[in-house]
Design a protein around this ligand. Structure first.
Ligand code: FES
Ligand code: FES
Length: 179
């Protein structure tokens, strides 16, 4: 019915999307897959547990990005707002530091969980630019970001190692020690 159709336009990976007419109850994950042809965000459990569907959300472009679960977020809730997905991480075909570190660490096997880990990790990195972490709290910060993500193939250690490496090697993310 006409009243069940809504017009959706979001700022997706830096680009405002053309308005799309979609069912009012469409989930963000389905919007990304079916309307935007972006399939990097994965459907795992569909009930808000595995976090494979994590994307970064900003209510306004100046807000700090936070993770949301695309499998359980109606796209209507983020209409007009800013969403970043795994497809938005590379810059000019250049992988982000975290993507490179995850690859170099062989952190994944099938890779199904990887977009979710990457998005949670990138959100943490963004946050650390404004609020650097103490060196001895790096692992705690990483676990706070990815500790609830589920991977069915590997241990989690290599994801953690990749994130730790990027944090320690990126200027400004770790507080300078006071002498
Ligand atoms: S698909 Fe598992 S939390 Fe969204
Ligand atoms: S690498 Fe397969 S689910 Fe994590």
């Amino acid at each position: 019915m006409a009243e069940d159709i809504i017009s959706i336009s979001i700022i997706l990976n830096g680009q405002k999307t053309e308005p799309r007419q979609v069912p009012k109850n469409m989930l963000l994950l389905d919007f990304l897959h079916d309307e935007m042809a972006l399939t990097g965000t994965k459907f795992g459990c569909g009930i808000g547990v595995c976090r494979a569907c994590t994307v970064a959300w900003q209510r306004v472009p100046t807000a700090e990005p936070v993770p949301i679960l695309a499998c359980s977020t109606p796209v209507d809730l983020v209409n007009g707002q800013t969403i970043r997905t795994v497809e938005g991480l590379a810059d000019n075909n250049q992988l982000s530091k975290l993507q490179t570190a995850v690859l170099e660490a062989f952190a994944f096997q099938c890779g199904y969980c990887t977009p979710g880990f990457l998005m949670a990790g990138e959100i943490l990195l963004d946050g650390l630019k404004h609020a650097p972490v103490e060196r001895d709290k790096v692992d705690e910060a990483v676990l706070g970001a990815i500790g609830q993500h589920i991977c069915r193939c590997t241990g989690y250690v290599r994801y953690l190692q990749a994130m730790r490496k990027v944090i320690l090697e990126t200027p400004g993310l770790v507080k300078k020690s006071e002498l």
